[in-house]
Ligand binder design. Structure first.
Ligand SMILES: *[C@@H]1O[C@H](CO)[C@@H](O)[C@H](O)[C@H]1NC(C)=O
Ligand SMILES: *[C@@H]1O[C@H](CO)[C@@H](O)[C@H](O)[C@H]1NC(C)=O
Ligand SMILES: *[C@@H]1O[C@H](CO)[C@@H](O)[C@H](O)[C@H]1NC(C)=O
Ligand SMILES: *[C@@H]1O[C@H](CO)[C@@H](O)[C@H](O)[C@H]1NC(C)=O
Length: 505
């Protein structure tokens, strides 16, 4: 997934939590005979890289009943090049987040050069991308697109609006079960962690894990269950699952609001900003009010004659669309992204809000469903009534008036009220005891995975080192800066940055 910005003095104090930092030479498990049979990926032409190999294993739907129903878990491998200039270190699992993100796509993007990765990593590791259960190649989540497309408020102001939200959630959940069967009850992150252990065991090597955003939560569950199997583990953009529903709703929306505030400051003063010289906060609230009164058009999505299940976007944009989708536009804070957001806001104020339109899962592109089918197994909504939700709405709006409490956490929490299957993995504090420290990485002003989660996560891991990037944007490895260099160096050598390290890029 995805603050107040405390003063740097406090942050430095928090970073200086003692942790092991001396490089420890880990004895690699001997590489046992690989029981995974890799084939070329010609069956999946969209993967587009001849270097990529495809594999699969059979895993139980319910790990508590291993001899029961099974399904096929699919994955790809990008092997080191034959002429690699460095010794082989092992296999590196990459999970890009979500919930609902595809490890297959993440590694395919690296193989095709779309996502640049250092030569050091490519020459040291075979990269492994698994589609977690419920995602794309591994029993894709499929629900009813027409139900998904129904507009309901995630901030219901009346009992009637609340009832509509809960009713939609229930019907959507039932539609997923109708199409997916019993696996829909087992899409929780613990089950996914067990799947990844089955893959690691089949590879016969120690685990090297790069978990980005929600990938950090999946990695943490893995480390809780299989601490002795790990060589290196990186959580980049830390998602702390265990905090209370109230805490997490506040933590994420304040992180988003702080990033939005920082964007406003940039937009008011930067020469490249379409909003230069304006009072951008005032502009923002006026735009929200306008969209609240009458949704703003999205001319790119004018599918009057296309039935709902074939639409991939909404034809108009309301206040909630702007609130929730602006967070996504702040995840990357390169100059061109800021320029884009400023222009998008101006364009929306002039009647074209296409950049803020919510995506819809089409019947032939259902990847959005996985976020909910998995998420509702991990985040149990405690709000059993309209009054409870009202109280939580007041709390988040008070904490973050710029974002009015919107965040990905809020979306999940509101979308799971009334979900028909009870969560298998409700929030619980972990107690991770690995032999060597886990590397946590977070930017100070991440609009999604708040620095507060990274700091909090240290309480759940006996040995960890927190590497701080003094910067903006969601996660760090995908940026080509010193933080990425430090992550790569750790993965290859097991040498951790000194506790309390703060890097600027
Ligand atoms: C790989 O192939 C061998 C030989 O055909 C087979 O015994 C084994 O079960 C296969 N492994 C997997 C994970 O399917
Ligand atoms: C699993 O991989 C094997 C190659 O090892 C392939 O022959 C088979 O078709 C795959 N099975 C599925 C269900 O994708
Ligand atoms: C390794 O092989 C690739 C692909 O064949 C080639 O493009 C590259 O130049 C080679 N690198 C070295 C160091 O030989
Ligand atoms: C959408 O399409 C209809 C029919 O083609 C047209 O009359 C209408 O103006 C369009 N709306 C927008 C916002 O472009």
């Amino acid at each position: 997934m995805r603050s107040t910005t405390p003063s740097s003095i406090i942050l430095l104090a928090l970073c200086a939590i003692p942790a092991l930092s001396a490089p420890i030479q880990h004895t690699l498990a001997p590489r046992t005979e690989n029981s995974l049979n890799w084939t070329d990926c010609s069956a999946y032409p969209w993967l587009r890289s001849k270097d990529l190999q495809c594999g699969n294993i059979t895993v139980p739907v319910d790990w508590a009943a291993p001899s029961g129903e099974t399904f096929t878990l699919r994955m790809v491998r990008l092997p080191r090049p034959a002429n690699a200039t460095r010794p082989r270190v092992g296999s590196l699992f990459i999970n890009p987040g979500g919930p609902g993100g595809s490890g297959v796509t993440a590694v395919a993007n690296i193989a095709s050069g779309f996502e640049p990765v250092s030569e050091e990593i490519l020459h040291s590791f075979d990269l492994i991308g698994v589609d977690p259960r419920g995602v794309q190649q591994s029993v894709e989540s499929i629900c009813d697109s027409a139900i998904w497309a129904e507009r309901v408020s995630l901030f219901p102001k009346t009992q009637e609006e609340y009832d509509r939200l809960v009713d939609k959630n229930r019907r959507l959940g039932e539609s997923c079960r109708a199409q997916m069967g019993s696996v829909v009850d087992h899409l929780d992150t613990i089950s996914a962690a067990r799947d990844h252990e089955a893959v690691r065991a089949a590879l016969g090597e120690d685990m090297n894990w790069l978990g980005i955003s929600y990938g950090s939560m999946l990695g943490a569950q893995y480390a809780q269950l299989f601490p002795g199997k790990i060589r290196t583990m990186v959580f980049d953009g830390v998602l702390q699952h265990s905090r209370s529903e109230w805490d997490n709703a506040r933590i994420e929306t304040t992180a988003y609001a702080a990033s939005l505030r920082k964007f406003f400051d940039w937009a008011e003063t930067n020469d490249e900003s379409a909003l230069k010289g304006r009072d951008v906060e005032k502009f923002w609230y006026e735009l929200l009010a306008k969209a609240r009164q009458t949704p703003i058009q999205n001319p790119w999505c004018n599918y009057t004659n296309i039935p709902p299940q074939f639409r991939d976007c909404r034809e108009d944009v309301n206040e909630e669309d702007i609130l929730f989708n602006t967070q996504g536009l702040l995840l990357t804070t390169r100059q061109q992204n800021r320029v884009f957001l400023a222009e998008a806001l101006v364009k929306a104020s002039q009647g074209n809000a296409d950049d803020f339109a919510s995506s819809l899962p089409m019947s032939f592109n259902p990847s959005l469903f996985a976020g909910i089918t998995i998420g509702c197994q991990d985040w149990a909504p405690t709000d059993s009534s309209f009054e409870d939700l009202q109280a939580k709405m007041r709390m988040v709006e008070e904490a973050a008036s710029l974002t009015k409490g919107a965040s990905q956490t809020w979306t999940l929490q509101a979308s799971c009220i009334g979900w028909p299957n009870a969560p298998k993995n409700p929030p619980a504090k972990l107690n991770i005891k690995t032999q060597d420290p886990i590397l946590l990485v977070n930017s100070l002003r991440d609009p999604s995975t708040s620095y507060e989660w990274a700091v909090g996560m240290q309480d759940e891991i006996e040995k960890s080192v927190l590497l701080t990037r003094n910067g903006d944007g969601h996660t760090s490895w995908s940026l080509s800066g010193a933080t990425r260099v430090a992550i790569d160096h750790y993965l290859i050598t097991e040498e951790l940055p000194a506790p309390g390290t703060v890097l600027d890029s």
